[in-house]
Design a protein around this ligand. Structure first.
Ligand code: FAD
Length: 498
C-alpha cells in the first residue's frame, strides 16, 4: 500500500468518524438533539408552574418519555393537586383517586415539588426561563366570570368558585361564611359545578359528614335553612352543560324531589330522537324526571322529601334585588328568553318579559377564568387563556402551557390529561428539533432556590406535604372523615416545617 493511499484512507476514516460524531452530537443517539444529554450527562431541565392535574400530567409524560428530563413543579400553595383538592366535590372521593398517580410522579427521582412559591410574585417567569431549558405554565383558572348585573355585590351573592373553595377548604375562601338562613337559593348556570353546589346545599348531613368537607362548612350546612334550589340557565333543556352522572345524582339525592316546569319542555320529546348519543341520554333522563308520572315507590319518596330542586330554563339574570334596607339579597330579576335556532348551538334571545324570584342566596356558576400572572407572558384577555398552538406559547420560545390555562376552563380531569400530554409532546418535539436550545446545561432549582432564599420564601417540598397529609388524615379519623383539611397557609407551613 502506498504512503499516499494510507494517508488518504486515514483521512477518510477520520473525516467519517468526525462526521459521525458531529451528526451524533446533532441528531442524538436516540434521535435528533438527544446525544449530548445521554453522553455528556447533562439533564434537560423543565419547570412546571402549577401542581393541578395539568402540571402533574405534563410532568408524568415528560419523565416517562425521556430518561434525561428532570422536572421541577412550582406551586403557589403549600399543598399540591389544585382543583382535585379544592374543586372536586367532597362527596366524589373516587375522582380524587388520581392523587395516587400524581403522588407517584412527585416521588419520582427526576421530579421535585416546590410548594409555597407564588410564580409571578416570588419568582418571575423570566428568572425561571433563565434557570430551565423550558417552562410549562399550568396554573389553571383562578378567576371567575362576573354576571355584570346591578346588585352583584350585595351580601348573599357568591361566585361558585368561592362557594366551592369555602366548602373544600381553600385558604382564601375560609372567611366566606355564606348566609344560609334563607329558604330559596338560586344558582345561575347549569354545568357540573352548578350541580355540585346544588347537591352540597341539599345533601343530607349524614352523607356529607363522612366526606372531607370542612368542619366549618358542615356546621353551617347543619344550620342551613335552604330547602329549595333553582338551577337557572339562559337556554333550554337540550342545551344544559351538565353531564348525566351529575344529573342522575341530583335525581336520586335522598330527601329531595325535583320540581320542574313541564311547559319548559315543549318540543323536547320530539327533538330527542335526533340528538347525538350522550346528549340524548341526558335529555331523556331530564324528560323522565320532569314529565313522567313516577312509580309508587318514587312517588312516596318524593312526597316525603323535605327539600326540592329544579332546573329553570330560558332565563338570564338582569338584576339582583335588595331587601328594603338595601344591604342584602332578597331576590333576583330574570329576563325570559326564547331560543333562536336549534340543537346545542341555539341562541338565547330576550323576549322582553321579566320574572322576579324571591331568594336570599344567589350563586353564580357561569365559569372560571384564567388570569395573567406575569407581564412578560402573552395573554389573550378576551379568551382568558395564554395564546398557544398545541401548547407552544405564541411568540415565546421555550414557553409552553397546559390544562385550563391552555384551553379555557372546560373539561374534566381526563380532558386535562390529554391536553397536557399533547403539550409535553410538543415540548419534546421542540427539544429534538433544536427549536428549544438545549446546548448548554441549566442550573434549574439550584439557582431558583438561591433567589427564593434571598426573598425569604421557604418552599414546601413533597415530603413536607406528606407531613400535612398525615396530620389532616389523623384529624379526620377522630370524626370519621377521610381527612380534616388545614385551613390556613400559616397552619400548613407550621406543620410542613416541623
Ligand atoms: P388546576 O387544577 O386549577 O391547577 C392549577 C394549579 O396552579 C393550582 O394548584 C394552583 O394553586 C396553581 N397556581 C395558580 N397560580 C399559581 C402561581 N402564580 N404560581 C404557582 N402555582 C400557581 N373533573 C373531573 O374529572 N371530575 C370532577 O368531579 C370534577 N369536579 C370539578 C369541580 C369543580 C368545582 C371544578 C372547578 C372543576 C372540576 N373538575 C372535575 C375539572 C377539573 O378539576 C379540571 O379539569 C382540572 O383541575 C384542571 O386542571 P389544571 O391543572 O389546569 O388547573
Amino acid at each position: 500500500m502506498s504512503g499516499h493511499k494510507l494517508l488518504f484512507d486515514g483521512l477518510k476514516l477520520w473525516t467519517s468518524a468526525r462526521s459521525t460524531w458531529l451528526s451524533r452530537l446533532h441528531d442524538g443517539v436516540n434521535g435528533p438533539g438527544k446525544a449530548c444529554f445521554s453522553s455528556c450527562n447533562l439533564k434537560l431541565k423543565v419547570c412546571i408552574v402549577g401542581s393541578g392535574p395539568a402540571g402533574f400530567y405534563t410532568a408524568q409524560h415528560l419523565i416517562k418519555a425521556r430518561q434525561d428530563v428532570e422536572v421541577d413543579i412550582y406551586e403557589r400553595l403549600p399543598v399540591p393537586f389544585g382543583l382535585v383538592r379544592f374543586g372536586v366535590a367532597p362527596d366524589h372521593p373516587e375522582v380524587k383517586n388520581v392523587i395516587n398517580t400524581f403522588t407517584q410522579t412527585a416521588k419520582h427521582s427526576r421530579c421535585s415539588f416546590y410548594g409555597n412559591v407564588n410564580v409571578g410574585k416570588d419568582v418571575s417567569i423570566e428568572e425561571l426561563q433563565q434557570a430551565y431549558h423550558a417552562v410549562v405554565l399550568s396554573y389553571g383558572a383562578e378567576g371567575n366570570r362576573t354576571m355584570g348585573v346591578p346588585g352583584e355585590d350585595l351580601a348573599g351573592v357568591y361566585s361558585a368558585k368561592d362557594f366551592v373553595g369555602w366548602y373544600n377548604g381553600l385558604p382564601s375562601c375560609r372567611e366566606l361564611s355564606p348566609d344560609l338562613s334563607c329558604e330559596t337559593a338560586v344558582i345561575l348556570g347549569q354545568g357540573n359545578v352548578a350541580l355540585d353546589v346544588a347537591r352540597i346545599l341539599l345533601s343530607p348531613i349524614d352523607i356529607l359528614k363522612k366526606t372531607d368537607i370542612t368542619q366549618a362548612a358542615l356546621e353551617a350546612l347543619v344550620e342551613s335553612q335552604v330547602r329549595r334550589v333553582l338551577i337557572v340557565g339562559r337556554r333550554g333543556p337540550i342545551q344544559v352543560a351538565c353531564t348525566i352522572k351529575e344529573l342522575r345524582e341530583m335525581v336520586n339525592l335522598p330527601d329531595t324531589r325535583p320540581e320542574m316546569v313541564a311547559a319548559e319542555f315543549q318540543g323536547v320529546t320530539e327533538a330527542v330522537k335526533d340528538l347525538p348519543r350522550p346528549r340524548k341520554r341526558l335529555t331523556e333522563l331530564m324528560l323522565k324526571t320532569a314529565l313522567e308520572i313516577p312509580g309508587e315507590k318514587e312517588q312516596e319518596r318524593r312526597s316525603k322529601a323535605s327539600r326540592s330542586w329544579a332546573f329553570r330554563f330560558f332565563r338570564s339574570p338582569i338584576e339582583i334585588l335588595a331587601n328594603p334596607d338595601n344591604n342584602r339579597t332578597a331576590g333576583i330579576r330574570l329576563a325570559v328568553n326564547r331560543l333562536e335556532g336549534s340543537g346545542e348551538g341555539a341562541r338565547a334571545v330576550l323576549t322582553g318579559e321579566v320574572e322576579d324570584v324571591t331568594c336570599g342566596l344567589v350563586i353564580s356558576s357561569i365559569g372560571y377564568k384564567s388570569l395573567p400572572i406575569d407581564p412578560s407572558v402573552p395573554f389573550d384577555s378576551h379568551k382568558a387563556i395564554v395564546p398557544n398552538s398545541m401548547g407552544r406559547v405564541q411568540q415565546a420560545g421555550g414557553l409552553y402551557c397546559s390544562g385550563w390555562l391552555k384551553t379555557g376552563p372546560t373539561g374534566v380531569i381526563a380532558t386535562t390529561m390529554n391536553n397536557s400530554f399533547d403539550t409535553a409532546r410538543s415540548l419534546l418535539e421542540d427539544m429534538d428539533s433544536g427549536t428549544v436550545d438545549v446546548s448548554a446545561a441549566r442550573p434549574g432549582s439550584q439557582s431558583i432556590s438561591g433567589l427564593l432564599e434571598k426573598r425569604g420564601v421557604r418552599p414546601v417540598i413533597f415530603s413536607d406535604w406528606e407531613k400535612i397529609d398525615r396530620v389532616e388524615i389523623n384529624r379526620g379519623e377522630a370524626t370519621g372523615k377521610p381527612r380534616e383539611k388545614l385551613l390556613t397557609v400559616e397552619e400548613m407551613l407550621q406543620v410542613a416545617q416541623k
